[in-house]
Design a protein around this ligand. Sequence first.
Ligand SMILES: [Zn+2]
Length: 150
Amino acid sequence: MNVESFNLDHRTVKAPYVRLADRKVLPHGDVLVKYDIRFAQPNKAHLEMDTVHSIEHLFAEKSRNHSDKVVDFSPMGCQTGFYLILADEWAYDDVLDLVEATLGDILEATEVPAANEVQCGWGAHHTLTGAQDAAREFLAHRDEWAQVTA
Ligand SMILES: [Zn+2]
C-alpha cells in the first residue's frame, strides 16, 4: 500500500519504541526522515485524546528548543503514538536524545502551551497531568525504545 504504516504488521511491534518509518529525498536533494514514536501497544492500549492533544502541543513547542530541524510532530489517529518529521539525516541515537530531552521538558512544564481559543482549535481539551504521566511512563522505558519488535 502507499502508506508506510499500512505495510507494518502492528501485531509484531512492542511499544514503547522509536522507529524510522520513512525517509524521503526531495527533488533538490534535501532529506526528510519520519519517526514512529509509539507510546501504547497497538490494539491493546491507547492514550486518552486530551492526553494526545497536550503531548502534541508540548512536544511540538519544546522540541524546537533543541533543534531547528523539527519539521512536524503529529498524533496518530489510533491514539497509540506520534509521528516526528525531521529535516536531514539523523543518527538514530540523536533522535532518541531529542525525544528524551523533550519529554524531560514536558515533565517540568507548568502549563500546556497554546491551550486557549486563540491558538488552538479546542483550547479546553487539554490535560497537563495526563501528558506528564504518559511522558513519565515513556521515559521509564528509555532502554527499550530501540527494540521495535517483540
Ligand atoms: Zn490544539
